[in-house]
Design a protein around this ligand. Structure first.
Ligand code: FES
Length: 923
């Protein structure tokens, strides 16, 4: 590699976190880059590099500033504080503790920016109002929390008592038993900036990789002599194309459906598809103009949208001549006949667009070949799946690949598919002992990563004269984009759920996932059910209106309960808490309806509406084995290690599984040391998706804790009620008045100083679905109902959601604070789905044009937790990740309909769409 021409530098003095630095940097370098790359202060995060997300917010002379927008020369002479320096002031320390106490950091990628923006307001207003906090923090985006707990933490910071305990004061003081609202076990590293996300670490001497991507949605291409081109470019080491992929040039989440190339071969199927990777010095690879590469493009007409996908000829993939990736069906009874004789029917067409995950952390990581083994460090939701994909792409046994999961700055389903992993691994394979790192730009992340499937839905429902549901039918097409990703999961999950959580004797739900030349659609919090729920709940509002009964009562009389059959013929054995959710919503529902009546009687340009929607969600994989294995060990010194393969993407599984494991073992959760997401050292816990980790891995953690406890009791001949005192090499066991000890140093070593272990495995019992979709696809279901209250501006078509009351049956709330955080965040994303978010390839590929909810968009949220015990779950728990989002959009649409009398049928219901809907006659 020829060394790149070094740009001119200037000498600068910077004072950062009270430390003076002398630096030689390019005068155009931005402060964010200098902090991270020159000073190693990676607590300052880069989410967009354009001033849109605020993750890089730092303090300059006491004023918040986006470090990515500040040329470093402008910061000279200023006093700069980053998240790492926050603890130097008492106020900063209190703020950190308040964040931990309130659970204000989930994934933590936005947290440094939030903290620094908060210091701005707290410096002048020690007791700020909620509005002052929202104003001050309004430039920082969070995709996880729904903002409420962040506001709580900042409002509370000045009053927060500073801990006097020694050691890490951000860790929980409580024993952490199930049901306690303890701070997150991994919270401290999110709050002090020390957590290492995908972009925050790489071995010394790493080269940078950049993917070269297609500007066309469908095209043929030929490559010229890219190696000769590379030789002419200072700072470029290598260019890799499909021919350098040593194993299979394909990946995909299903073992038998690997339809996406790592690097396209002569043909691209969507805008943003990778065709080459360029490796070299950072400035050199970032400075490449795609047009200068020897690539000849022959654009073709792309199939855009579901209708075009169904017509596309030639098809996108030869193995699917009709472009239909997969079909799903659930059929029970005779829906046509039942509908024909029903007292009331309702039907309609509904649609949704692409929705972007918009996690604040772009995809990032590194790979290094060590001998004949490949090591990959990356942000992910599924390290074992990544391991298998990388091994296949490299042509290696899986044992020769290790995935080290970085801290994950949000996922929501979007980091279930590999991104940087195979790209850096292929390059690293050809450059042994040279680390190869890659950080997607924001635009690259949004252009190339999976999205929520756009859906076109027709549905029909019928009921008898008293409002009891008789039939339901749905035909739903999902745009799966250019590659399969999780399309089959969506197509198979939706028919099971499409009726919603109600007793419906006659059902026919059909789905298709259709290839198009658009961004691949994959998993996104709900796997298609949020789209279907918009249609189903709207039809039930229509039926309630026709029958003349209250919308909540309609849902209550139809609510599925224990002993009822689902549309797939599964009889619910336990834990069906929807009816209780609705009962407990009723007082709030009635009060909000009365308030809306009184408000609307004033006849202003605002109309107030109240809506309701329900949901159910099968926890875990659909009709597939879905196991998780957890391990707890004791070493010779009495150290307890929790070997946990479940990646925490911010939702709190590290804490929840820790609480479960510690409770089962009988020790304070603070004694656990966790090893997480290391495919060499942790067992397969399955992917972090489908709301499965609390239920599936939680049960495995409970079994592991019990197994280790049983082993200790066996060795000491103690009874099951004995109390074990941990904390050193000598365990003390109190058993029915006698005390015995166990000297761990005297036990034979299992591995690596570990002397005792407990292993737990749980695979939820399910059965396959037959040709009519009949079977028991899930071991348990989460249930919820949400009420939304909002105002519609009749002149502008704008909607302000004022309040959401969310009642969720979670089986058992292991940590109510974290459950609330999931519900807040789910409601925020549901609000975005309903009113704001629409990904359009080539047009909304940044966080300026793609709008997600901010502080000011969030309603007041009231949460009701229902605990319908699930006998299979750990202490009765189920899951909450996806259920939190699903009812929000249909509840908002129900409220809009109540307010202004029109039926929303397309999400997002942007102001101009609602405005047009309210004016059916063209002007
Ligand atoms: Fe804010 Fe994840 S906690 S983006």
């Amino acid at each position: 590699m020829t060394l790149h021409h070094k740009p001119a530098t200037i000498a600068l003095s910077l004072t950062v976190n009270s430390v003076a630095h002398r630096l030689n940097v390019a005068p155009s370098a931005r402060l964010s880059e200098v902090l991270r790359d020159h000073l190693g202060l990676t607590g300052t995060k880069i989410g967009c590099d354009a001033g849109d997300c605020g993750a890089c917010t730092v303090s300059i002379d006491g004023q918040q500033a986006c470090a990515c927008l500040v040329p470093v020369a402008q910061a000279q002479g200023g006093l700069i504080t980053t998240v790492e320096g926050l603890g130097q002031s008492e106020l900063g320390q209190r703020l950190r503790e308040s964040f931990a106490h309130h659970g204000a950091a989930q994934c933590g990628i936005c947290t440094p920016g939030m903290l620094m923006a908060a210091m701005d307001v707290l410096a002048t207003e020690p007791g700020p109002s909620r509005q002052q906090v929202m104003d001050a923090l309004g430039g920082v985006l969070c995709r996880c929390t729904g903002y409420e707990k962040i506001v709580d933490a900042v409002v509370d910071a000045g009053r927060f008592p500073r801990s006097t305990a020694s050691g890490n004061h951000l860790l929980p003081k409580e024993n952490g038993s199930i049901g306690q609202r303890i701070p997150k076990l991994d919270g401290a590293s999110r709050i002090d900036g020390s957590a290492l996300f995908g972009a925050d670490a790489a071995p010394a001497g790493a080269l940078w990789l950049r993917a070269i991507r297609s500007p066309h949605a469908r095209a043929r291409f030929t490559l010229g002599d890219v190696d000769a081109w590379a030789k002419t470019r200072p700072g470029i080491a290598r260019v890799f194309s499909a021919r350098e992929v040593p194993g299979h040039n394909s990946f995909g989440v299903y073992p038998d459906l690997k339809d996406q190339p790592v690097l396209a071969e002569g043909h691209v199927r969507y805008r943003g598809e990778a065709i080459l990777t360029v490796v070299g010095e950072r400035a050199a690879v970032e400075g490449i103009l795609v047009d200068e590469l020897p690539i000849t493009w022959i654009p073709e007409d792309p199939a855009v949208g579901i209708a075009a996908g169904l017509r596309a000829d030639p098809p996108l993939h030869a193995f699917k001549p009709d472009n239909v990736l997969t079909r799903g069906l659930v059929e029970r009874g005779d829906a046509d006949a039942a509908c024909a004789s029903a007292a009331h029917t309702a039907d309609g067409y509904y649609g949704t667009g692409f929705v972007e995950h918009a996690y604040i952390e772009p995809e990032a990581g590194y790979a290094i070949r060590r001998g004949d083994r490949m090591e990959v460090f990356a942000c992910t939701q599924a390290p074992m799946m990544d391991r298998d994909e990388v091994a296949r792409v490299l042509g290696l046994p899986v044992a020769d690949v290790v995935i080290l999961a970085s801290a994950c700055g949000g996922g929501f389903g979007g980091k279930l598919d590999v991104s940087v992993q195979p790209l850096v691994a292929v390059a690293a394979w050809h450059l042994p002992d040279t680390p190869i790192r890659c950080i997607y730009s924001r635009i690259e992340s949004m252009a190339s990563s999976t999205k929520r499937h756009p859906a076109e839905v027709w549905a029909r429902a019928s009921c008898d004269a008293k409002g009891h549901l008789v039939s339901f039918e749905m035909d739903a097409d999902f745009n799966t984009g250019a590659y399969a990703s999780w399309g089959p999961t969506v197509a198979n999950r939706v028919p099971v759920h499409a009726t919603g959580p109600y007793k419906v004797p006659h059902v026919r739900n059909r789905t298709r996932a259709i290839y198009t030349n658009e961004t691949p659609a994959g998993a996104f919090r709900g796997f298609g059910i949020p789209q279907a729920a918009i249609a189903q709940e709207s039809l039930y509002d229509t039926l309630a209106e026709k029958v003349g009964i209250d919308r909540l009562e309609f849902r209550l009389i139809n609510a599925i309960r224990v002993g009822d059959s689902t549309p797939s013929g599964q009889v619910l054995q336990a834990s069906a808490g929807l009816a209780e959710c609705l009962e407990r919503l009723r007082p709030g529902w009635n009060a909000l309806l009365a308030d809306a009546d009184a408000f609307n009687a004033r006849k202003t340009r605002q109309r107030r509406g109240v809506g309701i929607a329900c949901m159910w969600y099968g926890i875990g994989n659909t009709s597939m084995s879905n196991p998780s294995t957890m391990r707890l060990t004791l070493d010779v010194a009495g150290k307890i290690t929790f070997w946990n393969g479940a990646v925490d993407i911010g939702q709190g599984s590290t804490t929840v599984l820790g609480q479960i494991a510690a409770d089962a073992l009988g020790c304070p959760v603070g004694l656990l040391l966790s090893v997480i997401g290391d495919t060499d050292r942790t067992f397969d816990a399955g992917k972090t998706s489908a709301s499965r980790q609390t239920f599936v891995s939680g049960k495995a953690a409970e079994l592991a804790g019990k197994a280790l406890r049983a082993e200790i009791l066996r060795l000491t001949n103690a009874g099951s009620e004995a109390r074990i005192h941990f904390g050193g090499a000598l365990l003390r066991i109190e058993d029915n008045g006698r005390e015995v000890t166990l000297d761990l140093a005297q036990l034979p070593e299992l591995t690596d100083r570990q002397v005792l272990e407990g292993i737990g495995t749980f695979d939820p019992p399910t059965t396959p679905l037959d040709a009519k979709g009949q079977g028991a696809p899930y071991a348990t279901y989460g249930f919820a109902a949400q009420v939304a209250a909002l105002d519609v501006d009749l002149d502008l078509g704008t909607v302000k959601v004022n309040k959401v009351i969310a009642a969720h049956d979670v089986g058992r709330s292991i940590n109510p604070m974290l459950v609330e955080g999931q519900i807040h965040g789910g409601i925020a994303q549901g609000l975005g789905l309903a009113l704001m978010e629409e990904f359009i390839p080539g047009r909304t590929e940044n966080l300026h044009d793609y709008l997600i909810p901010t502080f000011g968009d969030m309603p007041d949220i009231e949460i009701i937790l229902v605990e319908a015990h699930e006998p299979l779950g750990p202490s009765g728990a189920k899951g909450i990740g996806e259920p939190a989002l699903i009812p929000t959009a249909p509840a908002i649409f129900s409220a809009i309909r109540h307010a202004v009398g029109v039926i929303p049928r397309r999400a997002p219901l942007l102001p101009h769409r609602l405005w047009e809907l309210m004016r059916p006659d063209p002007i």
